[in-house]
Write a protein that binds this ligand. Structure first.
Ligand code: SF4
Ligand code: SF4
Length: 732
């Protein structure tokens, strides 16, 4: 060993020892913070499915590749990181001797070839990612950036480290070529040979380049170990467990879509008949009341801002960004951790758990963090502003986009649950809706005995459950479908089409109450449970004696469709629920309904969030429209899984939109820009919001917002009177 190698070896050993020590300390710290969360025993079920999902999502980059170029570039960088870690290991042999290399595999030409290819592709990948980050930097002239609010130096730092490590890998090889100590042939390692051709014949070059590579790599490890909230770096390790422990590993899309999680306390679902707010946790009031998976979610965020770029609240100037929400919770959790780990924290009655002696050694910052309210405005020093919490439409665009499977909607609703159930703190205008749900069983407060008024004037009898011996489908009308004037037209259109197609169906009539969706999404789990239990009982009675496959329900409202199909199972109600567009598509494809006159004037389609993103029903409404209209659907730029919310979900329908641009106006502008005269929808709330948007723009005469069923009805029965027009302003 020469003198140069003595120095390089000491340097490599020294910095590695420091880095490894700091890394172990950081991992222990992160583990301790994540373990502060509540139990989530269900996350350990289905280990086989979880493993498969994790491998598919990471190796196949299935979620990253939704954004093609970024996804492909990131894949090469990820593979480069894993495979080229071997070359970092090899550098430890090269600091000892410039001709050193990995034992056994280091002598294989195939190893030289694979690492060469991955180095080059990794270089291309990282340069692409760097260019994308620069092009989207928050301070660039004009426009909002998905990186607004991200810690930019961390992103640049990680990217430069990757770039330098890759470059120094080639430099090491180049020195070996230049000194004639390189054992791979030119055909397998042409880039290394090209680098070697321009480097001097310096015998110690490989050792010096190797120690620089190790110093760069260990600097990265030291920096990220000193910054445990540096998700842009830590996600390389945390993404694997975060995806493994996702909520529903068998789901094709984001696991946090569709059903909401039941309320839990100590990992067990809460039974409202016995629950006691002084003993049981009602939602989340403190960051440590999230489950450990929630804390793992916050730690894993890469700050990529994909969620932010798709969020309707953020895109219309509201203070909510799903990314910033996650980052606030993460920073708060880590800042509060010393206080919690010292035994601090508030019990469910709000009393401090720790003794003064336990907290005596803590610094004031940790103590102050422990005192911060989780929800509160700037004046009260809250972590999450109420305007942030209540801006969410639960559209799921964030969950859909997140490459590491963070479950934003669950976290937002958990915080809402505490605010509503314990603090009674929510936008006051929503109080009317909640009172109506409790007293009248529908958000409008309409008399229950008017639930069947929509059937008046139809030229056929609408059968009620109990009045007919048998029926194939139970037609779940929904509150909007029964009480809201525009939605009633959709209900009538669907009933007419089912009757025309000879489908045997029946309604519950006055036996139906609200599915509970608005109560659940605003956070009032108590009212949801009350309504849902009543409905489950009614439905179980209606389907008594039938197996699940024959307990068929058709719903026109995607919120009911989602709640009945995905959430009633939590309460013992197992049904086969279809959306009316699915049933209509089936009836058209099987020849039971025949469109005869194509609807003209151009049609665009707005995907309702709870039909599309939450339940993956993208094709059926398009198939119905494809059969009923002239020409093709003119798609809006934001469609299907990237569709833009109408602004009504998450009980936002019942709250005033006081901040920023109205979401429905944003969406209507996009729809009108297609030039289509008809905006087809598949949801009564979307219909209301988009109609309001069109009317607000004074375009009610030029553009019509109408349900897919009504479009089909016009095509199947063109002689039908046009009383199904939905754009006429209607009193709520
Ligand atoms: S669910 Fe929709 S509105 Fe809520 S944070 Fe996510 S993207 Fe934004
Ligand atoms: S998409 Fe996921 S990882 Fe990216 S910023 Fe949003 S929450 Fe974080």
């Amino acid at each position: 060993m020469g003198s140069v190698q003595i120095v390089t070896t000491i340097l490599a050993a020294g910095i590695t020892a420091v880095a490894v020590w700091l890394a172990v300390r950081a991992v222990m710290k992160m583990t301790a913070v994540i373990r502060l969360g509540q139990p989530a025993p269900e996350r350990f079920a289905d280990k086989g499915a979880r493993t498969r999902k994790m491998l598919v999502e990471t190796a196949g980059h299935t979620r990253m590749l939704k954004w093609g170029v970024v996804g492909a570039a990131h894949w090469f960088v990820m593979v480069g990181f894993i495979v080229l870690s071997l070359l970092v290991l090899e550098a430890y042999f090269e600091v000892v001797t410039p001709t050193g290399g990995l034992p056994i595999i280091g002598h294989w030409t195939i190893f030289g070839l694979v690492t060469e290819v991955i180095t080059v592709l990794g270089l291309v990948g990282i340069l692409v990612l760097m260019a994308i980050r620069l092009r989207n930097r928050p301070n660039r002239p004009g426009g909002r950036s998905r990186f607004t609010g991200s810690t930019m130096w961390q992103g640049y730092f990680v990217e430069w480290i990757v770039l330098l490590v890759l470059i120094f890998g080639l430099v090491i090889r180049g020195f070996k070529v230049a000194t004639d100590h390189f054992e791979y042939p030119f055909w397998a390692t042409p880039v290394s040979h090209a680098v070697g051709a321009v480097l001097p014949d310096w015998q110690d070059g490989a050792s010096v380049a190797a120690v620089i590579k190790i110093i760069i790599s260990m600097t990265w490890l030291i920096v990220i170990s000193l910054n445990v909230t540096m998700g842009v770096a830590w996600h390389r390790f945390l993404a694997f467990p975060n995806i493994f422990f996702k909520r529903e590993p068998t789901k094709p899309a984001g696991s946090g879509l569709g059903a909401l999680r039941p309320m839990t306390s100590q990992g067990k679902p809460l039974d409202f008949e016995e629950a006691d707010p002084e003993k049981d946790q009602f939602g989340v009031a403190q960051v440590e009341q999230f489950t450990w998976k929630g804390l793992l979610d916050f730690s894993t965020c890469t700050e990529c801002g994909r969620c932010q770029s798709q969020c309707p609240a953020w895109n219309t100037g509201k203070p909510l960004s799903p990314k910033l929400l996650v980052l606030s919770l993460r920073d708060h959790a880590y800042a509060k951790a010393p206080y919690l780990l010292a035994g601090g924290g508030k019990d469910l009655t709000g009393e401090e758990k720790a003794t003064a002696a336990q907290l005596a050694h803590l610094d004031v910052l940790a103590l102050a963090e422990g005192d911060k309210p989780l929800i509160g405005d700037a004046e009260s020093g809250g972590v999450i502003d109420p305007d942030v919490l209540w801006s969410c439409t639960t559209c799921g665009a964030c969950v859909e986009q997140c490459p590491v499977d963070i479950e934003h909607v669950d976290h937002i609703v958990d915080m809402r649950r505490y605010q509503v159930l314990i603090e009674s703190s929510f936008p006051s205008e929503a109080g009317v809706m909640l009172r109506n749900l409790e007293n009248k069983g529908n958000p409008w407060g309409a008399p229950q005995n008017t639930r069947e008024d929509w059937t008046k004037g139809l030229d056929f009898e609408v059968p009620r459950v109990g009045e007919v011996d048998d029926f194939e489908y139970l037609f779940w009308v929904g509150c909007a479908g029964a009480f809201e004037d525009r939605a009633k037209k959709t209900t009538r259109a669907v009933a007419t089409l089912l009757n025309e197609a000879g489908v045997s169906f029946a309604i519950l009539g006055e036996g139906e109450t609200c599915s509970g969706d608005p109560a659940r999404r605003i956070g009032n789990e108590f009212v949801f449970q009350m309504l849902a239990q009543q409905n489950v009982e009614t439905l179980n009675e209606a389907f008594e004696g039938r197996e699940k496959a024959k307990r068929k329900i058709v719903a026109t409202c995607p919120h009911c469709f989602n709640t009945l199909g995905n959430e009633y199972g939590q309460l013992g109600g197992e049904f086969e629920v279809v959306h009316h567009t699915q049933l209509l598509a089936h009836l058209v494809s099987t020849g039971k309904l025949t469109p005869v006159q194509p609807v003209d004037g151009g049609v665009t389609y707005h995907d309702p969030c709870y039909l599309g993103r939450h339940n993956r029903v993208f094709a059926a409404p398009r198939e119905v429209l494809g059969d009923a209209i002239e020409g093709e659907i003119t798609e809006m730029p934001r469609n299907s899984e990237r569709s833009f919310c109408c602004g009504a979900g998450g009980a936002r329908m019942w709250m005033e939109e006081k901040i920023g641009k109205r979401i429905n106006v944003d969406r209507v502008e996009e729809a009108m820009a297609t030039g289509a005269k008809t905006v087809a929808v598949g949801c009564p709330f979307c219909s209301t919001m988009l109609n309001d948007g069109v009317n607000g723009k004074g375009a009610g005469e030029q553009v019509e917002v109408i349900d897919v069923a009504s479009v089909l009805l016009r095509s199947v029965k063109p002689e039908q009177p046009r009383g199904d027009k939905e754009s006429t302003p209607v009193a709520g």
